[in-house]
Design a protein around this ligand. Structure first.
Ligand SMILES: *[C@@H]1O[C@H](CO)[C@@H](O)[C@H](O)[C@H]1NC(C)=O
Ligand SMILES: *[C@@H]1O[C@H](CO)[C@@H](O)[C@H](O)[C@H]1NC(C)=O
Ligand SMILES: *[C@@H]1O[C@H](CO)[C@@H](O)[C@H](O)[C@H]1NC(C)=O
Ligand SMILES: *[C@@H]1O[C@H](CO)[C@@H](O)[C@H](O)[C@H]1NC(C)=O
Ligand SMILES: *[C@@H]1O[C@H](CO)[C@@H](O)[C@H](O)[C@H]1NC(C)=O
Ligand SMILES: *[C@@H]1O[C@H](CO)[C@@H](O)[C@H](O)[C@H]1NC(C)=O
Ligand SMILES: *[C@@H]1O[C@H](CO)[C@@H](O)[C@H](O)[C@H]1NC(C)=O
Ligand SMILES: *[C@@H]1O[C@H](CO)[C@@H](O)[C@H](O)[C@H]1NC(C)=O
Length: 378
């Protein structure tokens, strides 16, 4: 007769690590369904080759079949931000980090001068959701992604809601690709971009006219002075990398996903305010738009994920043992101070990108907690 005693202990320790934020979902490229404490997808991107930053270096590591973000045209996509998967509903249900209402359990990885837990953060610069109307991930170029939704107060709270433009057309037969983007304040940590790719699909469509081509998002002051704003679909900011940048702002003048680059808070409502292209409203949802050649490899058994109208918790619940996360330090980042970081609780600042000795301007080392649950069979 065997007796199973499960002891769950929570070990809290401080470690120096490169750990920041991403939007966790099983449809992400590089998602590891077996690791409830996955962290690597949050690593910032700085001074990297195209292969290293594009799809976070994980283009050959697609999500499980059928996993997709579902974007209902005119509806919302609910996402979960976390500096570790453990904070989200995709982590272990018993992990106390699940109760944290913010994207991280400390302020450092959020890269803001705001005080942790503030109800009115003022140095949070916004994150974005973009879409590329191509199902073959290898055929996507930097000019295929256009930003469709922005949240000015992001990252801050863990649960986020992206409002989806009502005039999005349907995806090609194999679905679309989406990406999550963030560029943080220059006042808190070394500069970098965040870019994670996902499979996605648009539902509830009424318009069938393809999106007009995108353009680089210009610096401006929406809506006060829109004279320099880019109108129509705007590309995400590709910045500070070794290759394929589309933004060449100075290191201390980062491009943001907010009014400072012509983005509206919420759904981008000017996607068709360009040239003569206008959306129609006929069609009903199922007619694919006339598109340039999209080489979808499989016609999939279209076992669409079980998420509708948002994201549902994926696997990862109920496992009786968890592996510990080691505080991976990729490529020897090196923080050097440039000051002007107000100290918040529990560690502050940023750190270098991955992939090779990036130098970092800004602040003390980025210390954060890793909380690890360990189960023992006795
Ligand atoms: C995914 O990206 C992370 C962070 O860049 C990297 O550590 C990991 O090795 C990548 N995974 C794959 C399968 O490429
Ligand atoms: C955040 O979203 C998750 C998953 O949808 C949900 O279970 C949880 O209650 C939400 N938390 C808050 C604070 O709204
Ligand atoms: C995308 O959604 C549309 C509309 O619901 C559906 O007809 C299509 O099969 C979906 N595509 C995939 C790849 O799931
Ligand atoms: C207009 O946008 C460009 C590109 O972002 C930028 O370099 C320039 O400084 C902007 N001009 C003004 C007046 O903001
Ligand atoms: C886009 O055009 C529509 C009408 O064509 C107008 O109502 C809307 O205000 C425009 N949006 C922007 C941001 O220019
Ligand atoms: C798509 O590819 C087919 C076969 O390669 C070619 O005949 C067709 O002209 C292409 N269409 C477009 C719009 O590029
Ligand atoms: C940093 O703070 C000092 C003193 O308050 C100020 O003179 C300087 O302009 C600030 N630098 C930046 C980059 O904000
Ligand atoms: C970018 O990376 C290279 C190594 O690939 C390194 O030599 C260089 O110093 C880095 N540049 C910056 C500005 O960090």
């Amino acid at each position: 007769m065997s007796r199973l005693v499960e002891l769950v202990s929570v070990l809290v320790f401080l470690s120096q690590t490169i750990a920041h934020v991403t939007m966790w979902h099983p449809s992400a490229y590089g998602y590891d369904a077996l690791n409830p404490n996955q962290e690597d997808l949050v690593n910032p991107l700085y001074n990297l080759t195209f292969d290293q930053w594009w799809f976070h270096g994980n283009i050959s590591n697609p999500p499980a079949d059928g996993e997709m973000l579902i974007l209902p045209a005119g509806g919302t996509l609910n996402g979960e931000l976390g500096c570790n998967k453990a904070l989200t509903s995709y982590g272990d249900p018993n992990n106390p980090l699940r109760k944290v209402p913010y994207a991280c359990d400390t302020i450092g990885p959020l890269h803001t001068t705001d005080t942790y837990g503030s109800s009115n953060p003022t140095d949070v610069k916004g994150c974005a959701l973009s879409i590329a109307y191509k199902s073959d991930v290898y055929s996507i170029t930097t000019e295929d992604f256009v930003v469709i939704s922005v949240i000015y107060q992001c990252p801050w709270e863990k649960n986020i809601t992206f409002h989806i433009p009502p005039d999005l057309p349907p995806c090609p037969p194999g679905g679309c690709h989406c990406a999550w983007h963030w560029v943080h304040s220059q006042l808190s940590g070394g500069e970098q971009i965040y870019f994670n790719g996902y499979k996605c699909n648009v539902t509830d469509t009424t318009n069938t006219v393809p999106l007009p081509p995108g353009k680089t998002a210009n610096k401006c002051d929406y809506p006060t002075d829109t004279s320099n704003c880019t109108v129509g679909p705007r590309f995400p900011h590709y910045w500070l990398q070794k290759e394929q940048n589309n933004n060449f702002q100075d290191y201390y003048d980062p491009p943001f996903y907010n009014n400072e680059y012509g983005f509206m808070d919420g759904a981008q409502t000017d996607l068709y305010n360009t040239s003569d292209v206008k959306p129609n409203s006929g069609g009903g949802g199922s007619t694919p738009p006339v598109m340039s050649n999209d080489t979808m490899s499989s016609s999939t058994s279209a076992s669409q994920a079980t998420h509708t109208g948002g994201m549902s918790p994926g696997g990862g619940g109920g496992t009786s043992s968890m592996t510990s996360v080691s505080p991976g330090t990729t490529g020897g980042s090196n923080d050097i101070a440039t000051g002007n970081i107000t100290s918040g609780s529990g560690g502050q600042g940023g750190n270098g990108g991955n992939g090779g000795g990036s130098k970092e301007k800004g602040a003390k080392t980025c210390k954060r907690r890793n909380v690890i649950s360990t189960s023992f069979r006795v």
